[in-house]
Design a protein around this ligand. Structure first.
Ligand SMILES: Nc1ncnc2c1ncn2[C@@H]1O[C@H](COP(=O)(O)OP(=O)(O)OP(=O)(O)O)[C@@H](O)[C@H]1O
Ligand SMILES: [Mg+2]
Length: 502
């Protein structure tokens, strides 16, 4: 049985419509045993849609799926899990206010039943065992899931998926939430599954990562399968061409060497937070793009939050120098012309049940005043539409809820909301997370335009090329402190930067 190369899942003529949106347009695809299959395509091209249908989270409009030689039409994800198909979803896939163990065995408590009761101790023990098996030792299965951070919650989801020993599992844009260590855990699990003649579908916007991890690669564009490539056929420009449908120019970072002003617009002095930051000092100048890099747990995300008044500060202070305003909470920050894009998009940057319009307009109540104290609906709609157009946000109208958007398009809404606000100081934490390469290019251009217009940007990122490509000055952090500082005019040297990180 189960031989390498045998077709495990066959997708035939699959269509999915959401109202007038065609998310999948007669998709055909085979997933074979023994392979890690990459799925790549622009934001909204249908990657999550096709995989969530296979995994029982939603149903197709038409078409069929064959799994292990039989018709496959799961109506819940639990049905899929029981049949051997797991998925680590793109968004947060755990429920915050129940324990880790309860999340891991959600809907599956019967195996722990003793008479009318659930043996919680047994369930927790089994969950802990599953976590330890993967080398995750800092998560306790008996604790409430919401007490863990975004990365840990993703690891819980991974452990949950693996605890059911799937024949096939989908990894949807998961690695951007993980640190190096978390990624290594995941890659190892993927490779092991393929070696055991199981199958993995891996979705990512990181071309290098996809080419490295996947044995074969399928490209989607606007709900159509454009083609598949075997590892030996991988060639970045060819893949990009397939994704976008035209040649993309290689260079999408800024090329100028323009400096920045002397005026300090924002400074943090002696900043110490409950976790991560120790006596941290930093200055941001007018017209500067200040890059902050490091390994994911170096404290840079906390720094971003602290600069926007989102962290409890033990000592020290963040000040907007022009008005000498201390930033102690996000309200003050916003009122004084600051903006913040969180790495944790769904929880911290979006009103999920609001429309695209509501989300973008949320920064525009001053700009959109009509007569007197009233807000002009017409101005508000214009305000939102401008961003939808300039960022090519894929939607039918600004009245569509953001919860129904693809991951990358949600990210564009967050970015657009701050662009529209015309903030003077922007704190961007992984702003290009989950966005496709075309949109990345336009985001970089917009960030550079802001700089040219005298705005100041803190760009926190886990991607070195992005930091080197965009920063005027680049600070590398390690263990909550600055471990290196580099300047654009000197040229950035990758080895030197990495040395400061580890
Ligand atoms: N629940 C929904 N209601 C309406 N439209 C939807 C819904 N879910 C997805 N869509 C639309 O279907 C299309 C495909 O979305 P999908 O989430 O599959 O894209 P994706 O390739 O995963 O993109 P990303 O890289 O941004 O995650 C998009 O146009 C999206 O807006
Ligand atoms: Mg997606």
């Amino acid at each position: 049985m189960s031989e390498k190369g045998e077709i495990l899942v066959e997708v035939r003529d699959l269509c999915k419509n959401f109202g007038v949106t065609v998310a999948l347009n007669h998709v055909n695809m085979e997933i074979k045993r023994g392979e890690i299959r990459g799925l790549i395509g622009e934001n909204g091209s249908g990657k999550s849609t096709v995989t969530t249908i296979i995994a029982g989270i939603q149903q197709a409009t038409s078409g069929e799926i064959i799994y292990k030689g039989k018709p496959w039409k799961p109506v819940t994800s639990l049905e899929a899990i029981h049949a051997g198909i797991g998925i680590i979803v793109q968004e947060m896939g755990t429920i915050p206010n129940i324990t880790v163990a309860e999340n891991m065995f959600l809907g599956d408590y019967d195996q722990f039943r003793a008479g009318p009761f659930i043996n919680k101790g047994k369930m927790i023990a089994k969950a802990n065992e599953a976590l330890r098996n993967l080398g995750i030792d800092d998560i306790e299965a008996g604790r409430i899931t919401g007490s863990y951070n975004m990365e840990q919650r993703k690891l819980i989801e991974i452990a949950k998926t693996m605890a059911h020993d799937p024949e096939m599992f989908v990894v949807d844009e998961t690695t951007t939430a993980l640190s190096e260590k978390g990624r290594e855990i995941l890659y190892r699990l993927m490779r092991k599954a393929a070696d055991d003649n199981k199958a993995v579908v891996f979705i990512s916007h990181d071309l290098d990562e996809i080419m490295e991890q996947c044995d074969t690669l399928t490209v989607l564009r606007d709900g159509d399968i454009i083609g598949s490539l075997e590892k030996e056929e991988y060639e970045p420009n060819r893949i990009k061409q397939m994704m976008i449908g035209r040649d993309v120019q290689g260079d999408y970072y800024r090329s100028d060497m323009d400096g920045y002003g002397e005026e300090v617009v924002l400074k943090a002095e002696n900043l110490t937070t409950m976790t991560d930051l120790m006596c941290f000092d930093i200055e941001l100048h007018k017209g500067e793009i200040l890059g902050i890099g490091g390994l994911s747990e170096c404290g840079m995300h906390t720094l971003g939050r602290a600069l926007y008044g989102l962290e409890d500060i033990l000592t020290g202070q963040v000040t907007l120098t022009k008005t000498n305003t201390a930033i102690k909470n996000p309200e003050t920050a916003f009122q004084h012309g600051m903006g913040y894009v969180s790495k944790n998009r769904d929880q911290e940057s979006l009103v999920m049940n609001g429309t695209i319009g509501v989300n973008i307009q949320s920064t525009g109540y001053k700009a959109n005043r009509g007569l007197g104290i009233f807000i002009s609906g017409k101005k508000e709609r214009e305000y939102a539409r401008l961003q939808v157009d300039s960022l090519a946000i894929k939607c039918n109208s600004i009245f569509q809820p953001v919860s129904a958007m693809s991951g990358g398009n949600k990210q564009k809404v967050v970015f657009g909301k701050w662009l529209a606000a015309d903030a003077d100081v922007l704190i961007l934490d992984c702003p290009t997370r989950g966005v496709d390469i075309g949109v990345k290019a336009s985001m970089y251009k917009l960030i550079n335009d802001m700089k040219k217009n005298g705005k100041s940007v803190v760009l926190i990122s886990e991607e070195l090329p992005e930091l080197c490509g965009m920063s005027d000055r680049l600070i590398i952090m390690k263990d909550g402190k600055i471990s290196g500082e580099f300047y654009r005019q000197d040229g950035f040297d990758n080895t030197e930067l990495i040395d400061c990180m580890i």
